[in-house]
Design a protein around this ligand. Sequence first.
Ligand SMILES: Nc1ncnc2c1ncn2[C@@H]1O[C@H](COP(=O)(O)OP(=O)(O)OP(=O)(O)O)[C@@H](O)[C@H]1O
Ligand code: SF4
Ligand SMILES: [Mg+2]
Length: 328
Amino acid sequence: MDIRKVSRRFGATPDLAARISIAIGAAKPPAVVQALDDVNLTIRAGEVLGLVGESGCGKSTLGRIAAGILSPTAGEVFWKGQNVAAMPSQARRDADLAAQMIFQNPMAALNPRMNVENLVAEAPSIHGMIRGNRADYVDDYLRKVGFDPTMKQRLPHQFSGGQRARINIARALAVQPEFLVCDESVAALDVSIQAQILNLFMDLREQLDLTYLFVSHDLGVVEHISDRVAIMYLGRVVEEAPVEEIFARPNHPYTQALLAEVPRIKPGKRQFQAVKGELPSPINPPKGCHFHPRCPYASERCRVEVPERREVAPGHISACHLNDSTST
Ligand SMILES: Nc1ncnc2c1ncn2[C@@H]1O[C@H](COP(=O)(O)OP(=O)(O)OP(=O)(O)O)[C@@H](O)[C@H]1O
Ligand code: SF4
Ligand SMILES: [Mg+2]
């Protein structure tokens, strides 16, 4: 999937009376949130791309656009080389089914009055994907996610968080997707269950040749499962690189701050420091480089000019003016 110069704004569209009031200066224009600002990102077939950044930076918005459940206000999304917005309706439907999103809270995503069998069978039935026996089709997907098919007549609330996560995954897989967008899909689970579900995602990737866009605020999780990592800040992707490269040699000052580790007393899980300074509002983001108010290296140029994306090492892209002075 190729995301090209994608922007997404959210805001109320004023009615005629409001527009007149705004035009004559009697009212202020409504606040517009620039959730995504000119994002370029490629997700390659078969890879796990981790997407990281502070709350509100636009990760879910980008995920929803990648999954085809939200349209960009500018820019284009290409799936297998074709512009999704320009596809004929059948191809568009196939592309929409090929990309599925798995949300954070399985309980909110699962209709509480539908049993597991119907939850899993619902979408593939609507789309005429079940050729043989419906029950066999459902059992097959439940087994793939490690869920006992003999329990499929029960309702979602009768299961633990981990089991509900599996139902949710089976439901997404049942429409035979190639690409999964996981938005904080394990965040609500206990740590031990998290590890099981992450392993399941990785097993399914092997078995079903899946590609993942994996949104997470947990840098440990992202480091563990990603092939590449993209870092977002206030609606922009500021850096992307292979996972070992980004953790070993972060280029962008924001990434460096994000990946700064808390000194460890005990060996074990890595812990990361919070980035200093307040996250500015996406309603009125700082000009130039969005990170300049918090950046220790900010110069006058950073306050006015948006830094361009540059390749600083093979496959390692960063958008920071500091890279201009070093590359001659
Ligand atoms: N439907 C919407 N209407 C208005 N504003 C929205 C909408 N969806 C998202 N936003 C705003 O867009 C910005 C980006 O939101 P988004 O949910 O993509 O961030 P996020 O990185 O996923 O955050 P989090 O880590 O908290 O999940 C935020 O300022 C958010 O308030
Ligand atoms: S462009 Fe300037 S403000 Fe932005 S990260 Fe680089 S040095 Fe810091
Ligand atoms: Mg989110």
